[in-house]
Write a protein of this length. Structure first.
Length: 608
């Protein structure tokens, strides 16, 4: 959702804030603004549009000061207008505030403040917070922020400037992520790590209820009740170059092409002779593994499709009862959970609100929680019993690509470990599967070299407005992920179905203006899927097939064939997803879309 950046130090804050906001554009937004303390007053500049528009406005304003805060807003309360953009200022002009999250009881507070004579200039819940702070401020920021937390219901990451304090800012975190940057003479905060990387790799991840005072070279922390906290910084292993485009026209293009390296990094050091080592974050005893009966995989969006692939491999490699669900549904269902249940929560950011709520439900019911995420210090990483990191590096494009590859790698490692250590797989078969997994990064890179085939297909079909995606078995979730990618970045309508379900309804849609994208590697369900291709062809729908090398029969059925190397069918998702990602990218490019920041979408969904 919204992006937040704060800075205090010897540099001009304007440049730091604008650079930080650019690095947070992937979170999705519709307006942007910043505030800078010039030593006497706080000047605010904000409006609808892009960070580049904000930079153009600021350029001729002679805005100077070493303390400031910036924000990109993704509208929730109130229209996309300059008045509703952040930062917000209280009626006395003392406090300036930016906010990520949603205050659920803002209308009650606003009604009370209006009865007390406070006037509002925006429709937002965020202005309510700054007006409330102004009303209850008692001369001490920490105790006032303790009271703010007592009064607010919902989620929030707050960064606050005080006109009377030109040397520092305050942060509050509940529900929405906020990371503090620890530098020698500078203090920073941001919604995510990338804006901090040009200045420091030492960070503090704020916990629920934390209050922080940030000054140049010094950070102090208190809990929600105002009690002082001590927390050592963590060293992040991301480099600033990881969040650059490196010559690619879009982050998404770069991240698609990083997938071989991502898979190699995810597997590195975890496949040993005769075993799988998931790392220090996973500590399972033989007794625990033997007691397991159920495994639940819970996620949202692309992460959910990775779980659907994992469901199929877990069914093959273990004897566990496997259940997969969308986090927003799982958290409200009457699921059976006990000490014999391992619940796996998959989230790229580790901050997905529904996934976090589902995890807390499982913990309360006595299940064991494993988190799979790309962010070491995220809320999910801190709350679960066990942690398996992706090692994918920062993903900037809103549409997930390389983190999906990392998730597949991590989930396959999990399945192999469970099958191996529980004795569900015989050792020779486990060794064979491990050997195939180790070679997969090279096969991924072979697919990446075939982008010209995909680009040619996109040039043929980019003008169509409706697509049907089909797949069976391991290919069904990949068809779903391919349809999602096309929808996300090209705004083209696409539906995905299990190929055998086509005759139960979707076949009514087929006509020459509805291309069918079919994922059809040479696997155990190949002939079945081929019959569905024939059904589509009989209705004169154009067919684009993602098919294995050496499959000549598919050429007689499909109008366009995109090739992938042949492999064991369990591992085909790693290869077949890449052409679908590339197809979505090139269609979006040809249609002139905003690829890295598609409309209405955010990278980290921190509200329900």
């Amino acid at each position: 959702m919204c992006g937040v950046v704060g800075y205090v130090g010897p540099r001009n804050a304007v440049g730091v804030l604008l650079d930080g906001l650019r690095r947070l554009e992937y979170r999705g937004y519709d307006s942007a603004g910043l505030a800078v303390h010039d030593g006497v007053n706080i000047k605010v500049v904000k409006d609808v549009g892009k960070v580049s528009d904000l930079a153009s406005r600021v350029e001729g304003m002679n805005l100077e000061g070493g303390l400031g805060v910036g924000h990109t807003r993704w509208a929730t309360h109130g229209d996309v207008t300059g008045e509703n953009a952040h930062p917000h200022v209280d009626s006395d002009g003392r406090f300036v505030l930016v906010h990520n999250g949603i205050v659920e009881n803002y209308l009650d507070i606003k009604d009370q403040l209006e009865r007390e004579g406070i006037s509002f200039v925006s429709q937002t819940d965020s202005e309510v917070i700054v007006q409330l702070l102004s009303k209850i401020y008692n001369g001490d920021m920490v105790s006032s922020l303790v009271e703010i937390q007592r009064r607010l219901e919902g989620s929030y990451a707050l960064v606050i400037l005080n006109r009377e304090d030109p040397n520092g800012f305050y942060c509050v975190r509940k529900g929405s992520p906020l990371v503090l940057g620890v530098a020698e003479v500078e203090g920073l905060c941001a919604s995510d790590v990338p804006p901090l990387l040009p200045f420091t790799k030492d960070v503090i991840y704020m916990d629920e209820g934390d209050i922080a005072e940030v000054r140049g070279g010094a950070i102090r922390l208190w809990d929600k009740d105002g009690r002082p906290l001590e927390r050592a910084p963590q060293r992040v292993d991301w480099d600033v170059s990881m969040s650059e485009k490196d010559g690619y026209p879009h982050y998404m293009a770069k991240e698609i092409h990083e997938q071989g390296a991502v898979l190699r990094s995810t597997l590195k050091g975890r496949l040993l002779e005769g075993s799988v080592d998931l790392g220090d974050g996973v500590n399972w005893t033989p007794d625990f593994l033997g007691s397991l009966r159920r495994i639940h995989l819970v996620a949202c969006g692309t992460s959910y499709y990775a779980c659907l692939v994992a469901e199929r491999v877990l069914e093959r490699w273990t004897t566990l009862d496997v259940k997969v669900d969308i986090a927003s549904e799982y958290r409200y269902r009457d699921v059976r959970i006990g000490a014999d249940t391992l619940a796996v929560f998959v989230s790229q950011s580790g901050e997905t609100a529904d996934t976090l709520a589902a995890q807390r439900k499982v913990r309360a019911m006595g299940g064991r929680c494993l988190g799979i995420t790309n962010v070491r210090g995220s809320t999910l990483a801190r709350e679960v019993h066990d942690l398996l990191l992706l090692k994918a590096g920062p993903e900037i494009g809103v549409a997930a690509t390389k983190t999906f590859m990392g998730q597949l790698g991590a989930l396959y490692l999990l399945a192999l470990k469970l099958g191996w250590d529980r004795g569900d797989l015989n050792p020779a078969e486990a060794e064979r599967l491990a050997s195939i997994l180790l070679k997969l990064p090279y096969e991924v890179e072979r697919v990446l070299e075939r982008e010209s085939e995909v680009k040619k297909a996109a040039e043929t079909f980019f003008g169509f407005d409706n697509f049907l995606f089909l797949g069976r078995g391991f290919s069904y979730p990949i068809a779903m992920e391919g349809a999602l990618k096309l929808k996300e970045i090209s705004y083209v309508h696409a539906e995905a179905y299990a190929a055998g379900e086509m005759k139960h309804g979707p076949i009514a849609l087929l006509e020459p203006n509805v291309p069918v994208m079919v994922v059809i590697p040479k696997d155990g369900l190949y002939e079945k899927t081929l019959s569905n291709v024939q059904e589509a062809r009989a209705r004169r729908s154009p067919v684009v097939a993602v098919a294995s090398d050496g499959d000549d029969l598919i050429c007689q059925m499909a109008d366009t064939v995109i090739r992938i190397p042949r492999c064991d069918e369990c591992f085909s998702p790693f290869l077949s997803v890449i052409p679908l990602q590339m197809f979505a990218y090139h269609v979006a490019l040809l249609r002139g879309r905003e690829i890295d920041q598609p409309r209405n979408l955010a990278k980290s969904v921190t509200v329900e």
